[in-house]
Design a protein around this ligand. Structure first.
Ligand code: GLU
Length: 375
């Protein structure tokens, strides 16, 4: 019997909305037919949709994205309803039910909210309902936003243990240079490791085209592959080919899931939780951290930022290089009282049974460029 898969499909505004702000009915129909086929084959699908702001702008007759936050949020609120209406229309034609979920960064950072979201998704799967997810743009101010739906889709990967994330885009994959400028630009079929050479290609594409949107796709690829899941970029022109992609055919660009995937807690620490501060350590402690030892107070030089017990923080060397991200056992105020102290003093001063400031099991090393820029 064929293995049933968990598939996340993300579609961008440029595929869903025409330049005049009208919905691209033809694309909606092709997309939902493809999803319906996959679901009827027994796969579980999540759709991450953009387009709310673009549709709202169309309805208000705006041709440029508003700069004013409140108006952008109004466009999102207006457009999201129309967008869902359209999805309702096409899913009912194909005999499937769909449900709307709107999320923000908090829903991925806060463990309890993450569990809530994951439970909702599981329940929708059990009932054969297609979850359609977007960022809650109507309420999200810049600070609490995920910001783009490529990243948002990748954050759902570990939550549902997805087999593949497919980014449906206006470009058919990753090229070694900008294909709009260079005739000899080559599409890369398979990426097995996302290192700085990939960032360089993206840098070139982004700067030449203006937007390009490839940087967020590479960020999404890092998050996805580090959860052990594959990611593909394919063109909206052949959205039907998702079926062949799932069967293992080479389409677009495939980023292969990392065989040394992070455990779920580590993945959350690296990609979902923003560091609330930093602990600066001396050379001795730096080498201990790099050998995956716990952080003790003796090696601490200073503390930056205000953080609480159990917050995620960076461990940084004296030259400012980030060595690790970890969960601290003590608040910034407590750590300041024990800088440079030995374990016995730490326990006495902080009246604690623990002497590790950050335990080795609560730490992820940040090696080279493998995670890209993390916050
Ligand atoms: N959430 C935005 C919208 O629905 C789109 C974000 C993105 O395109 O990545 O308009």
């Amino acid at each position: 019997m064929k293995k049933q898969k968990r598939i996340i499909i993300k579609v961008g505004s440029s595929s869903l909305v025409l330049e005049n702000g009208q919905l691209n009915n033809e694309f909606f129909s092709r997309l939902i037919k493809t999803i319906s086929f996959l679901m009827h084959e027994g796969n579980q699908v999540v759709l991450v949709t953009s387009g709310a702001i673009a549709v709202g702008m169309g309805k208000l007759g705006l041709t440029k994205k508003p700069k004013q936050m409140a108006l952008k949020q109004a466009c999102a609120a207006l457009g999201q309803a129309t967008l869902m209406n359209e999805y309702e229309k096409y899913t009912s034609l194909d005999d499937i039910l769909c449900a709307q979920i709107l999320v923000n960064h908090d829903d991925f950072e806060n463990r309890i909210r993450m569990v809530n979201l994951s439970n909702t998704l599981e329940s929708l799967f059990e009932n054969n309902i297609l979850p359609i997810i977007n960022e809650n743009d109507a309420l999200a101010v810049e600070e609490i936003k995920v910001g783009d739906n490529d990243t948002l889709a990748s954050l759902i990967v570990p939550m549902i243990n997805a087999d593949i994330l497919v980014l449906v885009s206006d470009i058919d994959g990753l090229y070694d240079k900008n294909p709009k400028i260079y005739k000899d630009a080559k599409k890369i079929d398979v990426v097995t490791s996302i290192d700085s050479s990939i960032d360089e290609m993206v840098g070139e594409i982004t700067s030449n085209v203006g937007t390009g949107g490839m940087a967020t796709k590479i960020k999404a690829a890092r998050i996805t592959t580090k959860a052990g899941c594959d990611m593909a970029i394919i063109s909206a022109n052949y959205v039907e080919k998702i079926k062949d992609l799932i069967e293992g055919e080479k389409i677009g660009t495939l980023f292969v899931g990392d065989s040394k995937a992070l455990h779920s807690k580590e993945h959350w620490m690296v990609f979902n939780a923003y560091a609330k501060g930093s602990i600066v350590v001396d050379n001795g402690a730096s080498s201990a951290i790099l050998k995956r030892k716990s952080l003790l107070a003796t090696g601490i030089v200073k503390v930056e930022g205000n953080f609480k017990e159990n917050n995620v923080i960076f461990i940084v060397d004296e030259y400012g290089k980030k060595l690790a991200k970890g969960i601290t056992n003590f608040s910034s105020e407590e750590i300041k009282q024990v800088i440079g102290k030995h374990s016995q003093d730490v326990k006495e001063i902080l009246k604690s049974t623990k002497d590790e400031i950050v335990h080795a099991s609560m730490m992820v090393l940040i090696e080279g460029d493998e995670y890209g820029t993390i916050k």
